[in-house]
Design a protein around this ligand. Structure first.
Ligand SMILES: *[C@@H]1O[C@H](CO)[C@@H](O)[C@H](O)[C@H]1NC(C)=O
Length: 376
């Protein structure tokens, strides 16, 4: 009995691409329900109040290669948007962890997530995922405008009253070009590009929370592709600064860290906390990992990556999604900065209390607002 059973597991795991789901996710019923009435203030917002999910970014948010067979590097050209850690809505949480699939547990009617494959302009699959492969931070402005237009035009979106979560992840292509273009790709310019895009969202979208996933340390890619001549050859084109012998590991790590710090400034400055129904929150879970995620034998765990050792695989997206969700549930100021990309067992967090943990310039004002929301 046992050997046959074991064989079946081996066979099925060969046929299906590795993935990570999460069974039996449930939080206290009171923390999973919607507010009544719909809150006016972002500081009273519950996860279940989020009706619309949207995203801007690059090939990571387009999920290039996520569904590619390990022996099929050409499939890295395919945009598996339905698998993206943020915007992907393929399957369900039990099969594949994404931010969307977790949020569906709070609000099954959430709208805007991607399914299947295709580019940003294919509405039926992309929906409100406006990310474009190859995008740099400067392209976010156009994507933000695109998103605003999509939301305004869609008849099923109640633009004024529905709460929107816009996820941003950007910077890979900037860091890959940074060493050759230190003026246009300076960390300050990177910050200012993101700022300009978020300003467009703030000026145009009522009731919106922007979730900015901080960039990762690109020097770790050098430890991911170390044993793969094939991946290194690809990266020469894909990421010149990773491959450049003139750029030390430390210099690449420093550049990545400067990018992260500039992203954090956008939150800490409070510049996006000027109205009640808009805020920006950074999720810094990638910040302190500088080594490749490793298997027990010490080799880099390539199952987290697409066949190009650069983009995330389906399984990689699920692992990133778990870390993003848990980061989103940690208080601002004490968020984890070390993603766990090797342990599949750690639990998904539940919200500690009503309301998402957000940055606030003024705690007293925050309490007052949530009190007022309860009264209205
Ligand atoms: C990296 O940053 C550290 C700390 O700021 C600094 O001491 C070091 O010189 C930098 N290294 C490079 C190569 O830029």
């Amino acid at each position: 009995m046992l050997p046959v059973f074991a064989l079946l597991i081996v066979l099925s795991s060969c046929a299906a691409l590795k993935d990570l789901g999460y069974e039996d996710f449930a939080c206290d019923a009171d923390l999973m329900r919607r507010s009544k009435p719909v809150p006016k203030n972002v500081h009273s917002l519950r996860f279940a109040d989020i009706d619309i999910i949207a995203g801007i970014g690059d090939s990571i948010t387009a999920a290039n290669g996520a569904g590619a067979d390990p022996n099929d590097p050409i499939a890295v050209l395919i945009q598996y948007r339905g698998l993206a850690f943020s915007m992907g809505g393929d399957g369900n949480l039990e099969k594949h962890v994404t931010l969307t699939n977790i949020l569906k547990k709070f609000n099954p009617d959430i709208f805007g997530y991607s399914t299947g494959t295709g580019s940003a302009n294919v509405w039926q699959t992309a929906r409100l995922n406006a990310a474009v492969p190859g995008a740099v931070s400067g392209d976010l402005i156009g994507q933000a405008n695109d998103l605003v237009r999509r939301m305004k035009e869609h008849p099923d979106i109640d633009f004024i009253t529905q709460w929107k979560l816009v996820h941003i992840f950007i910077g890979g292509n900037d860091l890959c070009a940074w060493c050759d273009h230190q003026d246009t790709e300076a960390p300050e310019q990177f910050r200012d590009n993101i700022r300009a895009a978020v300003q467009i969202l703030q000026e145009n979208l009522p009731r919106t929370i922007v979730v900015l996933t901080g960039i990762l340390d690109f020097s770790l890619l050098r430890r991911v592709d170390v044993n793969s001549r094939f991946c290194k050859a690809l990266h020469t084109d894909e990421c010149p600064c990773e491959m450049s012998s003139k750029v030390s590991d430390e210099a690449l790590r420093n550049a990545s860290l400067s990018y992260m710090q500039r992203e954090q400034e956008l939150e800490d400055s409070g510049e996006f906390d000027t109205v009640d129904d808009f805020t920006l929150v950074v999720q810094p879970f990638f910040e302190d990992i500088s080594d490749a995620p490793r298997l027990p034998n010490g080799d880099p765990d390539l199952s987290l990556f697409a066949p190009d050792c650069f983009h995330f695989s389906q399984y990689g997206h699920a692992m990133v999604a778990k870390n993003l969700w848990n980061n989103m549930n940690e208080p601002v100021g004490s968020k984890s900065r070390v993603a766990d990309l090797t342990n599949t067992e750690f639990p998904l967090k539940c919200p500690d209390a009503v309301g998402l943990p957000l940055h606030s310039n003024n705690q007293e004002q925050q309490r007052l607002h949530s009190f007022q929301d309860k009264l209205t």
